[in-house]
Design a protein around this ligand. Structure first.
Ligand SMILES: Nc1ncnc2c1ncn2[C@@H]1O[C@H](COP(=O)(O)OP(=O)(O)OP(=O)(O)O)[C@@H](O)[C@H]1O
Length: 244
């Protein structure tokens, strides 16, 4: 599904990713861990198409060169980024934002768009599954949401859009234990043979709930070690020092 070869990314003359290699197959869950400033968010930004980076190397998404696709095309083709810091967007109603996002993807795929009633049914069902108070959906997008509500809202978007590749950038930070479980259940419910996940986290505890197939350690812009979920336990006890 996703093959990354020798990926390098610079911003403002600073080289952040320095030759990163990674392969994600359909249905796999990959976790990326690494010290602060190692390039984890930069990787998620580059994959989702954020502007401002000078990027070289190869990123193949199915049979396409991902780096040539515009940010909207990436979303239409099933890439979803759950932000580390979801933005507050005053004046934009959360429900309308969700419906517009979903219908834009459906339109790009040539599928029938949902009308207001169909959408409401879907959003009610998904919000119920995530134990997300529906009332919040009639508010402006993320405005005044608590940290945990913002993160849950990202997961709600993800479950409504049903992406092929979901990138979660520190979605677990700021969540209380109950919210962490709910968010993890949301991710686990979306796991299927066709959908893959790239989960960036600092904490092994998230991986108690979402069992990754692979764990990678990103240090100084490169993946320096990969392993199974036991690698996360090892990092928790030993830290990154022995790997850098
Ligand atoms: N626009 C920018 N200009 C200069 N340096 C930048 C810019 N954006 C990111 N960096 C630097 O690139 C490095 C990697 O940043 P990135 O946010 O990808 O790290 P991270 O691994 O996600 O860190 P954290 O775990 O703290 O979230 C950091 O040293 C950061 O200061």
């Amino acid at each position: 599904m996703l093959t990354i070869k020798d990926l390098k990314a610079n911003i403002d003359n600073k080289e952040i990713l320095k030759g990163l290699n990674l392969e994600i197959k359909p249905g796999e869950v990959h976790a990326i861990m690494g010290p602060n400033g190692s390039g984890k968010s930069t990787l998620s930004n580059v994959l989702s198409g954020k502007k401002g980076y000078t990027v070289t190397g190869e990123v193949k998404y199915f049979n396409e060169n991902l780096l040539e696709l515009e940010i909207e095309e990436r979303a239409h083709k099933g890439i979803f980024l759950a932000f580390q810091y979801p933005l507050e967007i005053p004046g934009v109603n959360t429900n309308i934002f969700l419906k517009t996002s979903l219908n834009a993807i459906k339109k790009a795929k040539g599928e029938k768009e949902l009308d207001a009633i169909e959408f409401l049914k879907l959003v009610k069902q998904k919000a119920g599954e995530l134990k997300f108070d529906e009332k919040i959906l009639s508010r402006q997008l993320n405005v005044g949401f608590s940290g945990g509500e913002k993160k849950k809202n990202e997961i709600l978007q993800m479950s409504i859009l049903n992406p092929k590749l979901s990138i979660l950038d520190e979605t677990d930070s700021g969540l209380d234990i109950d919210a962490l479980k709910i968010v993890s259940e949301g991710v686990n419910a979306l796991r299927s043979k066709d959908s893959s996940f790239l989960i960036i986290t600092h904490y092994q505890r998230l991986l108690d709930y979402i069992k990754p197939d692979f764990v990678h350690v990103l240090i100084n812009g490169q993946i320096v070690k990969s392993g199974g979920s036991e690698l996360a336990m090892e990092l928790e006890s030993k830290g990154y020092e022995t790997l850098s």
